[in-house]
Each structure stands twice: as C-alpha cells, then as structure tokens.
Design a protein around this ligand. Sequence first.
Ligand SMILES: *[C@@H]1O[C@H](CO)[C@@H](O)[C@H](O)[C@H]1NC(C)=O
Ligand SMILES: *[C@@H]1O[C@H](CO)[C@@H](O)[C@H](O)[C@H]1NC(C)=O
Ligand SMILES: *[C@@H]1O[C@H](CO)[C@@H](O)[C@H](O)[C@H]1NC(C)=O
Ligand SMILES: *[C@@H]1O[C@H](CO)[C@@H](O)[C@H](O)[C@H]1NC(C)=O
Ligand SMILES: *[C@@H]1O[C@H](CO)[C@@H](O)[C@H](O)[C@H]1NC(C)=O
Ligand SMILES: *[C@@H]1O[C@H](CO)[C@@H](O)[C@H](O)[C@H]1NC(C)=O
Length: 311
Amino acid sequence: MVFLAGLAAFVAASVALTDASLAGLLTIPNTYGNFSGCASQPSVFSCENTTAIKNTCCSPTPGGLVLATQFWSTYTGLEKFGQKLPKASWTLHGLWPDNCDGSFGQYCDFSRQYDPAPSPKTLTPNGTVIPPWTGPNVGTFVKAFRRFDLLDWMNKYWINQGAPNADFWGHEFSKHATCTSTFDVKCYGDDYVEHQEVVDFFEAARRAFNMFPTYDMLASYGITPSNKTQYALADITNALTQQTGAVPYIGCSHNGTALSEVWYFNHVFGTEQYGRFKAVNSTTKSTCSSTQPIWYYERTKTSETEVRFLP
Ligand SMILES: *[C@@H]1O[C@H](CO)[C@@H](O)[C@H](O)[C@H]1NC(C)=O
Ligand SMILES: *[C@@H]1O[C@H](CO)[C@@H](O)[C@H](O)[C@H]1NC(C)=O
Ligand SMILES: *[C@@H]1O[C@H](CO)[C@@H](O)[C@H](O)[C@H]1NC(C)=O
Ligand SMILES: *[C@@H]1O[C@H](CO)[C@@H](O)[C@H](O)[C@H]1NC(C)=O
Ligand SMILES: *[C@@H]1O[C@H](CO)[C@@H](O)[C@H](O)[C@H]1NC(C)=O
Ligand SMILES: *[C@@H]1O[C@H](CO)[C@@H](O)[C@H](O)[C@H]1NC(C)=O
C-alpha cells in the first residue's frame, strides 16, 4: 500500500510536470458567453432602461443593481491548513444582483445549487428547503476548465472563514449568480459546456473586485489598520466616496465599532461579465456607529500572507 501510494504520488508529480511543459500546446477552453444577439439591442445602464430589456443576456435583469462586496476580517480559523488572508488587501465576498429597489432574490435555480451549506436553509415565504450540495467542490469546476491561474487567485483573495474557500465560492454562485440573467445557461450558446458559466462568474467577480481596491483607497487617505488608532465613519465613507463617485455601504461588527465590510453599488452598461460599472449610492444604511470611533483592526500576524509575489 505504501509503495502504491508512493507510486501514485510519483505519477501525479510526473503528470504535473508534463502538464507544465505541454501547457503551450494544450488548448485552454474559453468560458465567455454568446452575446452576439445583443448587437441589435439598445444598450443602457441597468436599472435605467425606459423600455423593457428584451434579450436578458445583454443586461442583468432583474438584479440590475450590482453589488461588488468585500470583507475585512482578522482571521480565517483555518490558518493551519494554509487558508490565510492577503496582506494589504481586503477579500472578495461576492458579486450580487440586487433588484433596482435594493431587494433581492436568492438560490434562483436549484439545478445549479452548489452550496454545501445553504444559508438561509429555506426560501421565504413558502419554506422550500434549499437542497445542500453534496458533489465535488466548485474548485474542481475551475480545474476542469484548466484555469489554474484563476483558482490560484481565488485562493489568495476569495477567502472563507471557518470552512474551506471553495464552499464559499459555491455559496456565492448559487445564492446570487443564479439570480442574474447574464449568467443564464442560455447565454452560453449551443456549444455550452457544463459549469462554463460558473467559471465565467468567478472571473466576473474577480474583475469587479479589482475595480475597488479598498485597502489602497483607504490607505491613500491615511486610513490603515491599527490596533491603537480609531477612525470616524465619516472619514472612511469620504475616502471611498471621493474615489468611486458614490456612497458605498459600510458594515461593522461588534455593535457598530469594528469595520468589517464594504459593498459597492453599481448600475452596469452591458453585461455583468464585461460591461462598464457606474457606482451609485448605497440603498442600505451603514451599520457602523456614526458617533463612536471605529476600529479598523490589524489582522492577527499569523493569519496573513504575502500574495503580491511568489515566495
Ligand atoms: C427594464 O427592463 C425590465 C426587463 O425587461 C423590465 O421589467 C422593466 O419594466 C424595464 N423598465 C422600464 C422602466 O421599462
Ligand atoms: C417558493 O418561493 C420562491 C421565491 O422565494 C419561488 O421561487 C419558488 O418557486 C416557490 N416554490 C414553491 C414550491 O412555491
Ligand atoms: C450565438 O447567438 C446567435 C444570436 O442569437 C445565434 O445566431 C448563434 O447561433 C449562437 N451561436 C452559438 C454557438 O450558439
Ligand atoms: C453589544 O452591546 C450589547 C449591549 O450593550 C452587549 O451586551 C454586547 O456584549 C455587545 N457585543 C459586542 C460584540 O460588543
Ligand atoms: C449620493 O450621495 C451623496 C452624498 O450623500 C449626495 O451628495 C448625492 O446627491 C447622492 N446622489 C444621488 C444620485 O442621490
Ligand atoms: C488587533 O486586534 C484584533 C482584534 O482584537 C486581533 O484579532 C488582532 O490579532 C490584533 N492584531 C495585532 C497585530 O495585534
């Protein structure tokens, strides 16, 4: 058995080597949709259309209020497995299609339910149970498309707390992306390959995350993590509003005293995948105290890792 396990490891290593040397010869499948039907449609910012959007592959419908959401947390709980937080960066939470009025749907397509621990467990108002996913984690979908570059990025910036990262990615896709029309399977054409839109959504979430470099935007206004100095909500809000053009939602834990989340609201011209995001004001009131000073905690040192270069 030991010999066989050793042999298996050797074979796996050889395959990896062969993969690397063959990479240039292999075809990496594309994951983009078929939006050629959009060429004849009027393009408008989502939530700003004055007539009905006919081809829903061309603009997020409903769910035209697109939120790029991020976390600031100080630990993951899975540090011993190497699941750490990226130094000098916030982490990706998700890309959410809210309705134009700020309400939202969730788990809109059970045939694409990849969340092992649905939250909530049931749909309102009818109590339909959301079936937990028991298949392979969605990281395997990314690997099947040979997008190791994307997977590597996701493991650096899209970090879960208390459970593996891939569980969180599956949660985000099934809870939110199934409610966005531009990720509908029908938008991927006749040559659709299963899970193509899942990988495409992960790409889109990464792109939106990179539009809002929260850590740098705050740091450039002198707001950096500190366990000694606190900040006023007005200063945090101002730094982000000045640089994005709209007021984001700013979330706090610990009774409104510890900065933990930012949501950037947008109208999107075109698709969520490739369209232009225009920041709009939050429809949700901040949960941070506007009277007490706020902590922007430094992370636990052993919970952070350098991601800006390969060591
Ligand atoms: C915008 O398009 C959606 C989807 O077709 C439609 O439901 C909505 O009524 C449209 N808005 C207006 C003001 O026509
Ligand atoms: C339960 O409610 C959801 C909306 O929250 C709806 O999409 C679904 O079709 C409903 N299911 C049943 C069985 O009525
Ligand atoms: C792409 O969409 C166009 C327009 O709807 C359609 O004519 C074409 O057949 C589609 N291509 C594929 C590969 O599905
Ligand atoms: C929040 O405030 C309540 C009431 O003042 C207190 O009981 C609770 O411990 C506080 N929670 C935290 C996380 O500080
Ligand atoms: C967004 O909020 C800012 C700051 O409160 C305000 O000045 C601006 O008018 C708001 N924009 C819209 C479109 O409501
Ligand atoms: C800063 O404070 C937070 C919250 O108490 C703690 O989790 C973290 O470990 C502290 N970081 C450092 C570097 O002391």
